[in-house]
Design a protein around this ligand. Structure first.
Ligand code: ADP
Ligand code: MG
Length: 228
């Protein structure tokens, strides 16, 4: 835990991309923190830098400058290996396109992070079964992703993110590929997971999706502010 107790904390975070000879700035000084048990949503139009920020928060990318702490741990000094370990142990990531492995069944997909962490088989089986049961896909384990609905695929992706008991669940437009009924179902699930104590941060360009979160931020022109 950090001195402030935050799960995530950034200060003056900047990110720019190099395009040929030019530096293209995307994030210009993001100060942001998320507390244990928060359910936050970051809104902003397409191209505003939401995924760029979430990828940094999820340790998939690094900021150009500025500070970032996860559970009080300064991220910028970590080596690539340390960063990868931190990501696999503490961050649960859910993508718009699910990113399940098509040849593995849902059980095996959910089990994968526990294999990387070297969890013994019996414990893996128990954790995966419990998590899939909790997410309402306990009977879908033997099916490959193509054999189940979009909602069930996203549930499996959420199960895969949560099975290792991360500090936070990060979701990049998690309902972006879902119809409105399934969107409602997945948002109900996030609500339930938050009530059960999970810290969640999602990004979305849809106000309706953001309205389900308990805290909201808007990102515009590379800056972010919390909105009431
Ligand atoms: P959002 O998720 O809000 O739609 P992104 O974070 O994906 O926005 O992109 C923000 C800006 O950064 C866009 O202008 C995009 O073109 C640019 N960008 C994103 N990723 C890269 C990259 N790897 N290289 C260069 N530019 C990028
Ligand atoms: Mg995006």
């Amino acid at each position: 835990m950090s001195p402030t107790g935050s799960i995530l904390e950034t200060s003056a975070l900047h990110k720019s991309y190099r395009m040929g000879r030019e530096e293209v700035p995307v994030l210009h000084g993001i100060d942001f923190s998320l507390e244990p048990g928060d359910f936050g949503a970051i809104m902003g139009p397409s191209g505003s830098g939401k995924s760029t920020l979430l990828n940094i928060l999820g340790c998939l990318d690094r900021p150009t400058r500025g500070e970032y702490r996860i559970e009080g741990r300064q991220v910028s000094g970590l080596s690539e290996d340390e960063l990868a370990d931190l990501r696999s142990e503490r961050i649960g990531f859910v993508f718009q396109s699910f990113q399940l492995l098509p040849r593995l069944n849902l059980f095996e997909n959910v089990e994968l992070p526990l294999r990387y962490l070297g969890i013994p088989k019996a414990e893996r089986r128990r954790k995966v079964s419990e998590m899939m049961e909790r997410l309402g896909i306990g009977d879908r384990g033997k099916h490959v992703p193509a054999e189940v609905s979009g909602g069930q695929r996203q549930r499996a992706a959420v199960a895969r993110a949560l099975v290792k008991d991360p500090a936070i669940l990060l979701a990049d437009e998690p309902t972006g590929n879902l119809d409105s009924t399934t969107t409602a179902e997945v948002l109900d699930l996030f609500d339930q997971l938050n009530r059960e104590g999970n810290t969640i941060l999602l990004i979305t360009h849809e106000a309706e999706v953001a309205s389900r979160a308990r805290r909201r931020w808007k990102i515009l022109d590379g800056r972010m502010e919390e909105i009431a």
